[in-house]
Design a protein around this ligand. Structure first.
Ligand code: N01
Length: 545
């Protein structure tokens, strides 16, 4: 199905349309408009910038890699101007930061807020995308860049009785802007992932009572947030270049100084010392900054898992509750994303908090007054869904995206996402992903990964313009090669063993494909830089006719 431009009501023409005004959309707009001097339009469904950090306003939301790293590196002036107040910034401060970035680079004037992109269809004759919005606007653009985030489409399980609860229903990923007053309220929360583990301790302090419905216990470890030490801030700012270089040299875009190659090479005493030190460091230190084989070798993994279970038991007073909160041996440590918490386990020592095991007694039905599991009935005033996201593909599929020949993205990705380097897909010319599937994305420092992709895309467009190309599309065989390589890397680790969102396993019916590239950011950057240096090898470029 090919659409002709003559038959389309067009209200405007642009060089590029970007969807989303989070970290990715903001930097992409800055590059397209201010570096490439192109006309770029950004559409954002929210009424402000921020993306993930706009919507995830739930209590306790904060980043879990240090703020100095969790920020843009492209502008030294910006790095020097902005001062973080905490080691790990909370959501309001990250949102303020992104608002500051938007003001500093004068980005808001090219963003249409409160506007959702409904469809994007590629017109082959014109080699352009026709993009429509829910406000009735149509834009014709050479490039279409959905910067919609990897974790932006909420997963809301449809339990029996869905929608029947008469109290307030909240979703952590769409938290009300005006906030929530929990005082005197009985609250139920479904889910115990990274989000819930941040929210639960804060809500428990405010609510009259909190019931936590847990299907899978998680290996949470302490974040150890603290106010920013001005001396540390000064030192970072004096050496930001070195700090960023160290980040780029590391696997996940954050340097860890303690990392040792193998837990198996150390004696039990040395191992304990190393684990304790990483535990004290906090954040992701135990997960990816401790031993290089934690996520590769079952024995090394079990050592770390035993250590975390021991810590959980020491933090929770009631042994029966502690046992429920300890992930079983069958669940390898860190194969689901490592949640970083602040007093999460101690929260279950409070009189006003109750843990309900919905693995043994699943949720049977949502009721007007609360919910019923196969083990009992629970009544509350507020019900919170902290049930995660349809990662990578959910937000993409919310738009009607059709590439060459009218083929929908859903159809092309029906057996799981297919991309070359997580940047482009065959048959979807001039459509670029930012931190797309099969790139390091969520297992890399997000702002740095976003910068890497935005810069690659900007360079690619510059190359196309300089050489008179009108279209670029990934080759199928190169996609196959990259998908195979991504799978091989994942299969060499323990990660595919978990029923995690990395695999799409949290969404009923979603194909199980490991969606993250695990070769590390440094290696990945070399791969995509080589691709560019070789004239975008693996992609087909179409000269203008
Ligand atoms: O989502 P999740 P999340 N019945 O999918 C449960 C990022 N993040 O929002 O494990 C009952 O991890 C589900 O149970 P189970 C980070 O990358 C970053 O917490 O499937 N329960 C689980 O307990 C993270 O990984 C920060 O058995 C159901 C929970 O809901 C990602 O976001 C902070 C259910 C969902 O956990 C997602 O984390 C927070 C059902 N039908 C999050 N369906 C930062 O610090 C789901 N659950 C930057």
């Amino acid at each position: 199905m090919t659409q002709t431009l003559s038959g389309t009501q067009t209200t405007s023409v642009a060089d590029a349309v970007v969807v989303g005004a989070g970290f990715a959309g903001l930097y992409m707009l800055h590059l397209l408009r201010d570096k490439l001097k192109l006309k770029a339009r950004v559409f954002e469904s929210a009424d402000g910038v921020g993306g993930t950090w706009y919507w995830n306003r739930y209590p306790g939301a904060r980043c879990d890699i240090p703020s100095h790293h969790y920020s843009f590196s492209f502008s030294e002036e910006l790095q020097q101007e902005w001062t973080w107040s905490e080691k790990y910034a909370a959501q309001p401060e990250i949102l303020e930061y992104l608002e500051f970035v938007a003001r500093k680079f004068d980005l808001n004037k090219d963003i249409s807020f409160g506007t959702r992109v409904s469809s994007a269809h590629f017109n082959e004759a014109e080699q352009r995308w026709i993009i429509t919005t829910d406000r009735g606007e149509t834009v014709v653009a050479r490039y279409f860049i959905p910067a919609v985030g990897t974790l932006s489409d909420a997963n809301i399980p449809k339990f029996k009785g869905h929608g029947s609860f008469q109290g307030q229903v909240l979703f952590t990923g769409k938290w009300p802007k005006e906030g929530v007053n929990f005082a005197g309220k009985r609250v139920g929360i479904i889910g115990t992932g990274a989000t819930a583990m941040q929210a639960i301790p804060v809500i428990a302090e405010q609510a009259a009572h909190l019931t936590v419905f847990q299907r899978t216990p998680n290996y949470g470890t302490p974040l150890r947030n603290e106010p920013m030490d001005p001396a540390v801030d000064r030192e970072v700012k004096a050496n930001y270049r070195t700090l960023r270089q160290q980040a780029w040299e590391s696997f996940a875009g954050v340097p860890f100084e303690r990392l040792k190659p193998s837990a198996l090479a150390d004696s039990p005493e040395e191992r304990r010392k190393q684990y304790e030190a990483c535990w004290e460091d906090g954040g992701f230190s135990l997960w990816i900054g401790c031993y290089g084989d934690t996520l590769f070798d079952h024995t090394a993994n079990r050592y770390a898992a035993d250590f975390v279970r021991e810590k959980i038991r020491a933090r929770v007073q009631d042994p029966a509750v502690a046992a429920l909160l300890c992930p079983p041996e069958s669940q390898a440590y860190g194969t689901k994303r490592q949640p970083c918490e602040t007093h999460y386990f101690e929260t279950f020592n409070r009189d006003n908090v109750r843990l309900v095991d919905i693995r043994t007694h699943p949720i049977d039905e949502i009721l007007p007054t609360g919910l019923r599991t196969t083990g009992g009935e629970y009544t509350f005033d507020i019900l919170i869904y902290a049930t995660g996201f349809d990662a990578f593909t959910g937000a993409m599929f919310k738009m009607d995206i059709r590439g060459a020949g009218g083929r929908t993205l859903q159809d092309y990705w029906s057996a799981g996402p297919r991309t070359l380097y997580g940047l482009g897909a065959h048959g979807f010319p001039n459509m670029f992903f930012i931190t797309g599937p099969q790139s390091p994305s969520v297992l890399f420092n997000m702002p740095l990964g976003i910068e890497m992709h935005c810069e690659w895309i900007a360079d690619c467009i510059t190359h196309m313009n300089a050489h008179g190309y009108t279209a670029i599309s990934a080759n199928t065989e190169d996609e196959d090669r990259w998908i195979r390589h991504t799978k091989e890397l994942a299969d060499a680790t323990l990660l595919p063993e978990a029923t995690s969102w990395y695999l799409g396993a949290n969404i009923p019916g979603k194909p199980r494909v490991f969606m993250v590239y695990l070769g590390g950011g440094k290696h990945y950057k070399e791969v995509i830089s080589r691709c560019a240096a070789e004239g975008y090898a693996g992609f087909t470029l179409t000269p203008s006719s």
